[in-house]
Design a protein around this ligand. Structure first.
Ligand code: FES
Ligand code: FES
Length: 161
């Protein structure tokens, strides 16, 4: 563990100011210090996408991101997508389609889909598959996941919020 450093950033709209080892992973900080357990530890090697979060709107693997790298930036986790009681359209779509089995990959899939639709609000099926290809589902729910992303496009009218 290295020397502690002061780091300020925003998580789900709330400013955080912490003294911590700057080399800790963002994933560890989110789960262990903030109790945001929706973001999952899968491989820890940047290979599965279970730990996907949005950093300034860009999808990143929190397991491969040092907490110091998000200094001054805005982090959004799965817990920050809903607006009050209203689910994000991508969350709503995954629920409607039932695009999960064990659910371990689901938060990362949803975050990846949010990033995809923010960049491309009306992707083709080929673009959906390409856009989601950094996320693995060990239950092989891929067909339903693609359907859920399509449904999210319908719910947003082709314009992600
Ligand atoms: S846990 Fe981060 S990519 Fe697998
Ligand atoms: S639903 Fe089990 S890993 Fe995807």
């Amino acid at each position: 563990m290295g020397a502690e450093a002061a780091i300020r950033f925003t998580v789900n709209g709330r400013e955080k100011s912490v003294e911590t080892d700057p080399d800790r992973t963002l994933l560890e900080f989110l789960r262990e210090d903030l109790g945001l357990l929706g973001t999952k530890y899968g491989c820890g090697e940047g290979q599965c996408g279970a730990c996907s979060v949005l950093v300034d709107g860009r999808r990143m693997n929190a397991c491969r991101t040092a907490v110091s790298k998000v200094s001054g930036r805005s982090v959004v986790t799965i817990e920050g997508l809903a607006k009050g009681e209203a689910l994000h359209p991508v969350q709503q779509a995954f629920l409607e389609v039932g695009a999960y089995q064990c659910g371990f990959c689901t938060a990362g899939m949803i975050v990846a889909a949010v990033a995809l639709l923010d960049a491309n609000p009306a992707p083709s099926d080929v673009e959906i598959v390409a856009g989601m290809d950094r996320n693995l589902c060990r239950c092989c729910s891929y067909p339903k996941i693609v359907r859920a992303v399509r449904r999210a496009v319908e719910l947003t009218g082709g314009g992600a919020r």
